[in-house]
Design a binder for this molecule. Sequence first.
Ligand SMILES: [Zn+2]
Length: 151
Amino acid sequence: MKKSHEIGQWSRSDKKIGVVIYDSAKGTIVSEGYDCRSSQNILHHAVIVALNRLSRSQGGTELMDSCELLKTYPNPNGYLCTGFDVYVSAPPCLMCSMALVHSRISRLFYKINDSIDGNHALDDGVSSKSVFKLFAIKSLNHSFHVFEINL
Ligand SMILES: [Zn+2]
């Protein structure tokens, strides 16, 4: 839960949504991201930014980040986030939730935050609780455990 404390610090200092992708087996942060949406790119939600950074660190074809940690942390487990936990300072939207399914994370922890949650839900046009509905779908090829954290 040390990571959830860090997320709590982010969300108190800034209203942007923050994400940490954490390798609990090694106790290492493998990626992080903030909400970077703009009119030029509406898809830069915090989860997508963090997943893109992790992908690039594992040999993706896009430009590498300047973070040395991310350049040197390959995931030997196959899928992008196999065995990793994701901490988010607000419930992820439907797009981000599906990206987490495809990345094959182990666990999702998100902070209960009404102010960010409401804005996020309106921006995405879906309910913030869509994360629960998504994981109720038995036909998906991967599922993970979801935890609300109250900081
Ligand atoms: Zn999102």
